[in-house]
Design a binder for this molecule. Structure first.
Ligand code: ATP
Length: 200
């Protein structure tokens, strides 16, 4: 008799402010999906980032994320952080996603700059119970996972794209192009809604 084994769905979680989403985010997610044999990567725009101020309204950031990910069948976008009141903490993001998909194995994707901050995140001791962490390289930052539990954290070198949302916002504010730094639809969305004009 034929036996079929089903494995738990492997879901990447790409959290970020995405103000705006850029190709550095997309390449990181795509590389992790490939290297870790993920079935899906869910992008989770933050509601109210506790470490950043003067952030663009969440609906704009959410819609830019939807536009940027629409062409990739593996990519989805979640509103869990946007819908939750109060500051966004990754522990809540993971708890909510795990509640929605109790069968899934979660892989939280984070850049070299963000991973260096993890020990300052709320309830960081519990993060490892909810997801495996994948720390990706990022130009201008040393990729180090020192101090983090090695069985729960992996490192991955990804193609180096020296792009940040801050630089994209500054370029728009300075009337410089962001074509090819962010997806075409995001360039058009930024122009249509006059985003970042006075924010550089
Ligand atoms: P800002 O410049 O506004 O701080 P950002 O470009 O760092 O924004 P975020 O939305 O804060 O973008 O980043 C979300 C996640 O993506 C973080 O884990 C960050 O480290 C990672 N990331 C951002 N840009 C890159 C990049 N160019 N290469 C690899 N990872 C990146």
């Amino acid at each position: 008799m034929e036996t079929t084994t089903t494995r738990a769905p492997r879901i990447g979680v790409m959290g970020g402010t995405f103000d705006p989403i850029h190709h550095g985010h997309l390449v990181a997610a795509s590389e992790v999906a490939h290297s870790f044999d993920l079935d899906e990567v869910v992008f989770v725009p933050t509601g109210h980032p506790w470490q950043k101020s003067n952030v663009t309204p969440s609906e704009h950031r959410y819609l830019m994320t939807v536009i940027a990910t629409a062409s990739n069948p593996q990519f989805t976008v979640s509103r869990v952080d946007i819908n939750r009141e109060g500051p966004t903490y990754t522990i809540d993001t993971l708890r909510d996603l795990k509640q929605d998909r109790p069968d899934a194995e979660l892989f939280f994707i984070t850049g070299a700059d963000a991973v260096a901050q993890i020990l300052s995140w709320r309830d960081h001791d519990e993060l490892w119970e909810l997801a495996h962490f994948v720390a990706v390289s990022r130009p201008g930052h040393v990729l180090s996972t020192d101090g983090l539990p090695s069985e729960n954290v992996s490192q991955l070198e990804v193609p180096a794209l020296s792009i940040s949302s801050t630089a994209c916002r500054e370029r728009v504010g300075d009337d410089q192009p962001v074509w090819y730094l962010v997806p075409d639809g995001v360039v058009q969305y930024i122009a249509k809604h006059h985003l970042y004009r006075s924010k550089a």
